[in-house]
Design a protein around this ligand. Structure first.
Ligand code: NAD
Length: 300
């Protein structure tokens, strides 16, 4: 194996340390405590785990954390009323509505009801527009985490060829915008892309955000390229025992790490960066709300 492993666990810890330092400074110098409200509707077990982790990590960096757990049959009107209340609450600087929502709730309507300045997930249509026009948005957490790791590894990304595989609103599209903002030459590949292997082979940076286990083999990777694997896929692992499973990315780590210059593992790569960037966005939102300088290195 030749690739340098980009350690998302260690990097996310350094981001959380920076956040904690900034939170302490906001308290000491301005009497401010950034506050994050997370809204969970229903009892999806994976969402419950995410929300619990978000709450714990929010408190660990010294921020104010609120969780609103609503019944699965909560009406749209009641959810919108809660969002309105959080929009008005000066102690809350970030609002996150855990997705997916139950089917009877209109996700676009709900997300676009959040005050864009408090939209720490960066999914509000205003933030999408600000990102697309190179202005100051709240940036979606997972692509922000990928960008931070890429900047840390490369310094400048200017002029590099980047291929983003996947065109979702939460990962692929914002990732492509961020890379464009850092002056990469960006290709967005997706399920209808012809000759995906050839497209990927041209890339100095590959970001895979598809959701298909190990679909990118090492022989698609240009020697020395940097590979950011966003995918999280659970596959069976009979070698660990009957019925056992393991998490893998969208990239075949064994073959890709023999060719790439640097690569994120799964687990322990992009995953831990996502919550760290949520905390970073909450601090950024608090600073912007009070007209204070934004923390360096925690925004796009
Ligand atoms: P999505 O299903 O919304 O989008 C997947 C994209 O992949 C689509 O745009 C589709 O065009 C493309 N695609 C599908 N099949 C393809 C193929 N054969 N070739 C090329 N492109 C193809 O998924 P998403 O929400 O963007 O998530 C993608 C992956 O990233 C998932 O595994 C998800 O679990 C993971 N994810 C991880 C984090 C994290 O924190 N690490 C956060 C979000 C998503």
């Amino acid at each position: 194996m030749s690739a340098q492993i980009i350690d998302g666990k260690a990097f996310s810890a350094s981001v959380r340390d920076k956040v904690a330092t900034h939170v302490a400074r906001l308290k000491d110098e301005h009497g401010l405590t950034p506050g994050l409200a997370v809204v969970l509707v229903g009892e999806d077990p994976a969402s419950q785990v995410y929300v619990r982790n978000k709450g714990k990590q929010t408190i660990a960096v010294g921020m104010h954390s609120i969780e609103h757990k609503l019944a699965a049959d909560t009406s749209e009107a009641d959810l919108l009323a809660l969002i309105d209340q959080l929009n008005q609450d000066p102690a809350i600087h970030g609002i996150l509505v855990q997705l997916p929502l139950p089917d009877h709730l209109n996700e676009d309507l709900v997300i676009n009801a959040i005050d864009p300045a408090k939209d720490v997930d960066g999914f509000h249509i205003s933030n999408v527009g600000l990102l697309g026009t190179g202005q100051k948005p709240m940036v979606p957490c997972t692509p922000l985490g990928c960008l931070m790791m890429l900047r840390d590894h490369h310094g400048s990304l200017s002029g590099l060829d980047a291929v983003v595989i996947g065109r979702s609103n939460i990962v692929g599209k914002p990732m492509a915008q961020l890379l464009l903002g850092d002056s990469c030459t960006v290709t967005i590949a997706h399920s209808r892309t012809k000759d995906l292997a050839d497209v990927v082979r041209r890339a100095d940076i590959v970001v895979a955000a598809v959701g298909r286990a190990q679909m990118v083999p090492g022989d698609w990777i240009k020697p020395g390229a940097t590979v950011i694997d966003v995918g999280i896929n659970r596959i069976s692992a009979p070698d660990k025992g009957e019925g056992k499973t393991r998490l893998v990315g969208d990239v075949d780590f064994a073959s890709a790490s023999a060719v790439a210059g640097a690569i994120t593992p799964v687990p322990g790569g992009v995953g831990p960066m996502t919550i760290a960037c949520l905390l970073a966005n909450t601090v950024t939102a608090c600073c912007r709300a009070h007209g204070l300088a934004e923390p360096e290195g925690l925004t796009a």
